[in-house]
Design a binder for this molecule. Structure first.
Ligand SMILES: [Zn+2]
Length: 251
């Protein structure tokens, strides 16, 4: 029964998000699947942190006055942050005896996604200077693997707020601090993977380096990382790793 209610509610929210041009059709379908899983496994108290992440991530670019060019999230972009929490919800349903561990994984992966989103949005908006997390070299804010003071503090705040929104689900006390700590750790892991594993490319025609595989109508040369690992793949890996770490910590 919860599944049906969740499917209806999630579909409704995804429809509105599509209308607001936050999601593509594929993104809306993926968001509906994630939302129905969350509501089916944990009802309202599990849906609150997911909505907090989704709404803050969708509204921040507009609130900060820098809506992205590619604003509408695709199915893969939704899965990058939504797959790990969704798998944890399936874990709750399939292995009820491990329910607290899977909820910690759910909350921790959402805290990681929130921290990363907030760090990127606030960091790019307010930071003049950022440093590569691996080398300490000064780079423009917003580059993958770059960390800034404002971005890091904003990410820590985002993970903290997410942990507060998880208290109806997780309770107060040590669990909330674990969610916060895992979220901040996941954000750091995200930066490390962004600086090492994520593909970086140089265009043979114009010489520009960046994260785009294509430039000047041709395929750009790989200069760092792995070709198929983009920012979405890094987000997916860091949220999955955080969820896994949380489940191991609890068990
Ligand atoms: Zn080029």
């Amino acid at each position: 029964m919860n599944w049906l209610i969740g499917l209806g509610l999630a579909g409704l929210i995804a429809l509105v998000a599509g209308r607001m041009r936050w999601l593509t059709t594929g993104g809306a379908l993926m968001a509906t699947l994630v939302g129905a899983s969350v509501f089916g496994a944990g009802g309202v108290s599990a849906s609150i942190p997911m909505l907090a992440f989704f709404l803050s991530g969708s509204m921040l670019p507009h609130a900060l006055g820098r809506p992205h060019k590619t604003d509408r999230r695709t199915a893969f972009q939704v899965a990058a942050n939504g797959l790990a929490p969704m798998l944890c919800c399936w874990g709750v349903l399939l292995y009820p005896e491990m329910e607290p561990a899977f909820w910690l994984g759910y909350a921790a992966s959402l805290a990681t996604a929130t921290a990363d989103t907030w760090a990127t949005e606030f960091g790019v908006r307010f930071s003049e200077t950022a440093w590569m997390v691996t080398t300490g070299r000064r780079v423009p804010a917003g580059e993958s693997g770059a960390i800034s003071v404002v971005g890091t503090l904003s990410g820590m705040l985002g993970a903290h707020i997410l942990a507060v929104f998880c208290t109806p689900l997780m309770g107060y006390g040590v669990q909330a601090w674990a969610v916060w700590g895992l979220g901040v750790g996941g954000m750091v892991l995200d930066s490390l993977l962004g600086a090492t594993l994520q593909g970086r490319f140089q265009c043979a025609a114009c010489g520009a380096t960046g994260e785009q595989r294509l430039c000047c109508g041709a395929s750009a040369r790989l200069v760092r990382g792995v070709r198929w690992v983009d920012n979405n793949a890094v987000n997916l890996l860091s949220t999955l790793a955080t969820a896994g770490a949380a489940i191991l910590v609890w068990e």
